[in-house]
Design a protein around this ligand. Structure first.
Ligand code: ZN
Length: 357
């Protein structure tokens, strides 16, 4: 039996663009509402570094009149805990050094984009990494314990999946009493000059395990469990079919009224043909309920997990981003299908948190 764990990374775009109301608050609320109709929780992996920056600017009174993003986000997170959803830790360190220009215009330090790089940067280092994770965890616990005295932040996902080289990050997570990491997406490879991820096929476990020194090593026991995001490899024909299907259904990449720009250091070169070639090259896709992913694609990815699990009890981790939650009906159809499938279980809002134990 597979237990579906819906997770999303709660944040604006990586360069600070995107209105917090239309890109985070409203789509997150919509996600939570849909989950509640199925009596199942959403886990919000909260990017705390940007909320710290929002708090500073809010205190200084520099946002436009009526724009109070830190207040909105903190209120919403408390509300989610009250309603039985979950909140865990996510970090995008580029926000640690920012220059504020206007509500949605910031200059962030992209040298800090990849969490493991902090260890080698002047003024940072390994102790800083540990302090940062401890500070993020404590900040969430201080925010949410007045609502739920038993609340714990014990799970983590690295910003933009940039955990490699992971040796020190894993050690720091263990020493900061983080018990679950959900960064690994087996088979997923991405490099745009800024985000660099290589979870090459066959080298990483697709089921939960205790990582050793690196995510490629498994040990029999440890205080940190890796819970991979579900991925499956799609052929060129499948990729073309799902691409066509999302066009035919008119699926949107962003949440309603949300606009912003993703960051990339070295934009991929070439025309439409090379873009198409790249997109149709056989590759691993994450089980993502946002962006232009149709219900049919989510179903295809889930069926492959049912097959490989062959009856074992395993978590099925899905990922999304509120800013890309443009097609709520696709998630509804998917949850409907999951609820009726005998091999899938939806945890209840009252069943206690998987990520807090
Ligand atoms: Zn993120």
């Amino acid at each position: 039996m597979l237990t579906l764990h819906l997770t999303c990374d709660y944040e604006v775009f990586g360069n600070g663009s995107g209105d917090v109301r239309t890109c985070v608050v409203e789509p997150s609320d919509k996600m939570a509402e849909i989950c509640e109709t199925f009596d199942t929780p959403m886990t919000f992996f909260v990017e705390v570094c940007e909320i710290w920056a929002f708090e500073d600017i809010e205190k200084q009174g520099l946002f436009s009149s009526g724009y109070t993003p830190a207040t909105w986000l903190k209120d919403q997170l408390r509300n989610f805990i009250r309603r039985g959803h979950d909140v865990q830790l996510h970090l995008h360190p580029q926000w640690l050094e920012y220059t504020f220009h206007s509500d949605q215009k910031w200059t962030l330090n992209y040298d800090l984009w990849r969490l493991p790089d902090l260890e080698h940067l002047p003024g940072y280092g390994r102790d800083y990494l540990k302090d940062l994770i401890t500070r993020g965890k404590k900040w969430l616990e201080d925010l949410l314990r007045p609502i739920d005295p038993n609340y714990h932040c014990r799970s983590f996902r690295t910003g933009a999946w940039c955990i490699q080289p992971e040796e020190n990050v894993l050690e720091v997570l263990r020493s900061a009493s983080i018990t679950k990491d959900s960064t690994l997406a087996p088979g997923f490879i991405f490099d745009d000059g800024l985000t660099k991820v290589d979870f090459s096929q066959g080298e990483y476990s697709e089921v939960p395990y205790y990582p050793g020194a690196t995510l490629r090593d498994q040990i029999s026991d440890s205080s940190l469990l890796e819970i991979p995001i579900h991925t499956s490899r799609l052929s060129s024909i499948e990729l073309a079919y799902y691409h066509f299907l999302s066009l035919r259904k008119g699926l949107r990449n962003n949440a309603r009224s949300c606009s912003g720009s993703p960051v990339s250091r070295g934009r991929k070169k070439g025309g439409i043909l090379s873009k198409l070639q790249r997109e149709l090259k056989p590759q691993y896709k994450m089980l993502d309920f946002c962006g232009k992913n149709s219900f049919e694609l989510m179903r295809r990815l889930t069926l492959s997990k049912i097959k490989s699990a062959s009856g074992q009890d395993l978590p099925l981790v899905a990922i999304g981003h509120p800013k890309n939650f443009g097609n709520p009906d696709e998630l509804k159809k998917y949850l409907d299908w999951c609820r009726d499938h005998s091999a899938i279980r939806l945890p209840s809002l009252k069943s206690g948190s998987f990520w807090q134990s």
